[in-house]
Design a protein around this ligand. Structure first.
Ligand SMILES: C[S@@+](CC[C@H](N)C(=O)[O-])C[C@H]1O[C@@H](n2cnc3c(N)ncnc32)[C@H](O)[C@@H]1O
Length: 365
């Protein structure tokens, strides 16, 4: 570990002790936390269509570059005039999510579908998730296709049999996404510039991708010429999807590329083995997983995570963090070793002061 990092770890741990291990990291993620949407009143048809049309026009540069990147947010309703709705583009498909209590009114969905068909073609597949609609939690997470023909699976996608599955392109990186399976699709579009940064800054480095989910950062690092990449997540299906993302990008995996483990268990093992990394990615969940006593809790565990990660950084390493903007958070730590350099936010995720997520990098010199 570099000596400046050693000092920082000590300082961080002192803060931890002072805060009785319960520092106030109110890292609620407003972009990803559906609970924050629950009380939204769903707007009427006229306002929804108008907001969608304006949001569409604002993204003309992204539409024009769709052959280079075809996964992006078409409307973030909370900040663009239609609270309770988000709309995303994934290749030829559109995913509408409604966070209004009781679900999405049918005439509003029809109005949106008509708009997409007008702009993208009559046979545009449209998927709908009603996050606070009727039915079981599972049914609401999984969503359903409401327009367009069934998708034709990409020939090299071993998960192509799943309904709602397709492969998208982000500046030459290929990612499998699932529009009607699970709470999230498999790709967080708001981390696009962070993935680009990782790709541009991984050449020859040993990269540790913690909370790797479907391994998107790992793919970016590997395609950027990393010497080695280790992706760590505790969920088996996420690890499995990470493997598939690697093969979609013709990347080799070995027994250390995709590890199913609790992050703290892994960090302990890595410390015992005296390992050292040249780049560490920290993208922890924004809130505790319900029902998991031992799971990651941002309020309790952020300092510990940061300190343990720093202990494994070699000289010249970087740490890339993704977290909610609200302070105090990950980005309030580490002042002893430098400043977090904030990465640009995506044009399709409007910045509203004090809300949303950001990505930032800390360079250890
Ligand atoms: C915010 S997502 C990460 C997104 C990912 N970095 C990406 O770019 O797509 C959080 C991930 O952390 C994983 N996770 C949560 N607690 C964990 C723990 N204690 N150890 C390992 N993984 C954990 C979840 O399974 C989930 O995949």
């Amino acid at each position: 570990m570099s000596s400046r990092a050693t000092q920082a770890v000590r300082a961080v741990m002192r803060q931890d002790v002072a805060g009785s291990g319960n520092a106030p990291c109110a890292a609620l993620d407003l972009n990803r936390d559906p609970a924050m949407w629950m009380d939204e009143d769903i707007v009427d048809r006229g306002r929804l269509v108008e907001s969608m049309a304006k949001a569409w026009a604002r993204r003309s540069a992204l539409h024009a570059a769709v052959d280079r990147c075809d996964a992006y947010r078409l409307m973030d309703g909370r900040h663009e005039g239609a609270p309770g709705w988000t709309v995303d583009r994934y290749g030829p498909c559109v995913l509408v999510q409604c966070f209004g209590r009781g679900g999405a009114p049918e005439e509003l969905v029809t109005a949106l579908v008509e708009l997409f068909q007008e702009r993208l073609g009559a046979d545009t597949p449209v998927f709908l998730k009603e996050r606070f609609g009727v039915g079981s939690a599972r049914e609401r997470e999984d969503g359903r296709q409401v327009a367009g023909p069934a998708l034709v699976p990409a020939g090299d996608d071993s998960m192509g049999h799943r309904p709602g599955r397709l492969v998208v392109n982000e500046h030459g990186l290929r990612f499998g996404v699932d529009l009607s399976y699970g709470q999230n699709t498999g790709l967080f579009a708001d981390a696009r510039s962070a993935r680009a940064w990782v790709r541009a800054n991984s050449q020859g480095r040993r990269i540790l991708n913690l909370f790797s989910y479907t391994g998107a950062f790992g793919v970016a690092a590997s395609c950027g010429g990393a010497r080695s990449v280790t992706n760590v997540d505790r969920v088996r299906s996420a690890i499995e999807r990470g493997r598939v993302n690697y093969s979609l990008n013709q990347l080799e995996s070995d027994s250390r590329t995709h590890l199913r483990s609790d992050v703290f268990d892994y960090l302990r093992r890595s410390t015992r083995r005296d390992e050292s990394w040249d780049g560490i990615i920290l993208d922890p969940p924004p809130r505790p997983t319900p029902g998991r006593r031992r799971g990651f809790d941002p309020r309790r565990d952020t300092e510990k995570l940061f300190a343990r990660a720093l202990e494994l950084c070699g000289d010249g390493a970087w740490v890339l963090g993704m977290a909610a903007i609200q302070s105090p958070s990950l980005f309030d730590l580490g002042e002893q070793i430098g400043e977090w350099e904030r990465l640009p936010t995506e044009a399709d995720f409007p910045v509203v002061e004090g809300r949303g997520r950001r990505a930032a990098v800390l360079q250890l010199r």
